[in-house]
Ligand binder design. Structure first.
Ligand SMILES: Cc1cc2nc3c(=O)[nH]c(=O)nc-3n(C[C@H](O)[C@H](O)[C@H](O)COP(=O)(O)O)c2cc1C
Length: 328
């Protein structure tokens, strides 16, 4: 299996399949299961800044009248934060002690908030790297694209300055000028970019006339956006690209590597088909390497990246010029 070894964020991975942040990575048992199934690394389920703050607010509202003083509220806020952070740090510590594969911690942040005060503790408890999961829903009519981008830059810059750990940023594709934004993250010195996150999307229950939640797992055809952008960006950046969303098969894994990804993240494929898909995907990669007489995949990684192709125009095409030769 050494033929599958790769580096990502400066870490040595025995293969390029990372189990992404999700319920699959929320406890020590589950993390162990990912390692036993052959994963090259794991990203822990994110700790949410929002979750910590809301919980503090809820505790304060429930004790209204009882906690009349501001310093009482401060105390509850601190205890609540510490409760979640301590539980999370304890999971990181247990996971890094129990697993041989790299363990990447993950924070879902809303701002340059309190989470930044805890960053050093992630390194202290042994996290191998840190993934910043940061997304602003661009639904505010009063905020321009550049206002929103500036907020991203400020948060990523703050994270970069505070973290010594390898840092990756997991982003959405929803940027007006994605390549420009990504280049700025790269210049700030992030070690990796995860392209792309797939978000929770609210749904409607048409009988109850209410909104409802949707788990929203990806399908095997959802990989195209990550593939195109990995190919367009990978060879122009110093940082690593980890492809994510819609990676369900060995063929898709190979496509991501050919487009220049250092590694991939999988969640939905494992949730739908079980942990055995990790081994199946690695097996398909090895079989493909044998067919192409590649001793390791460094030989072919990024071969079809935009920068490396004689005619990269296919990666730039967004409109259908010819009508498809299909009867509808
Ligand atoms: C139920 C569920 C929970 C998730 N929780 C997180 C999370 O806490 N942090 C995060 O960065 N991504 C989270 N994700 C997103 C996944 O890490 C991943 O980016 C997304 O599912 C796309 O990859 P996939 O097509 O392999 O599923 C979650 C996804 C699902 C389905």
């Amino acid at each position: 299996m050494e033929r599958l070894a790769t580096t990502y964020l400066g870490l040595e991975l025995k293969n390029p399949i990372i189990v992404g942040s999700s319920p699959l990575t929320s406890s020590l048992d589950k993390l162990k299961k990912c390692e036993d199934a052959g994963a090259g690394a794991v990203v822990l389920k994110s700790i949410f800044e929002e979750q910590i703050d809301n919980d503090a607010a809820k505790m304060i509202s429930q004790t209204e009248g009882f906690v009349a003083h501001t310093d009482g509220q401060d105390f509850i806020e601190e205890v609540s934060r510490n409760y979640y952070i301590d539980a999370y740090l304890s999971l990181v510590e247990q996971a890094t002690a129990a697993l041989d594969i790299p363990v990447i911690a993950s924070v879902n942040c809303r701002s340059q908030g309190t989470w930044l005060d805890y960053v050093e503790r992630f390194a202290e408890v042994g996290a191998d790297a840190f993934e910043l999961n940061y997304y602003i829903l661009p639904s505010d009519f009063g905020r321009s694209a550049s206002d929103i981008e500036d907020e991203y830059f400020a948060v990523v810059q703050a994270a970069r300055e505070r973290f010594k750990l390898p840092l990756s940023v997991k982003i959405s594709s929803q940027f007006t000028a994605l390549a420009n934004v990504v280049k700025k993250f790269d210049k700030m010195g992030v070690d990796g970019l995860v392209l792309f996150n797939k978000f929770y999307r609210p749904d409607i229950d048409i009988e109850k006339l209410t909104t409802k939640s949707s788990i929203g797992l990806s399908t095997p055809s959802d990989y195209a956006q990550a593939l195109q952008w990995t190919a367009l960006l990978s060879a122009y950046l110093n940082c690593d690209i980890c492809a994510s969303t819609g990676i369900h098969s060995g063929d898709t894994l190979i496509k991501m590597l050919l487009s220049g990804a250092k590694a991939v993240q999988v969640c939905s494929a494992v949730m739908k088909n079980g942990h055995k898909v990790i081994d199946e995907m690695n097996g398909s990669l090895l079989a493909w390497m044998d067919r192409h007489e590649a001793k390791d995949f460094v030989d072919f990684r990024g071969k079809l990246a935009h920068k490396r192709m004689e005619d990269p125009s296919q990666w730039e095409r967004a409109q259908y010029m010819k009508s498809l030769n299909v009867e509808f």
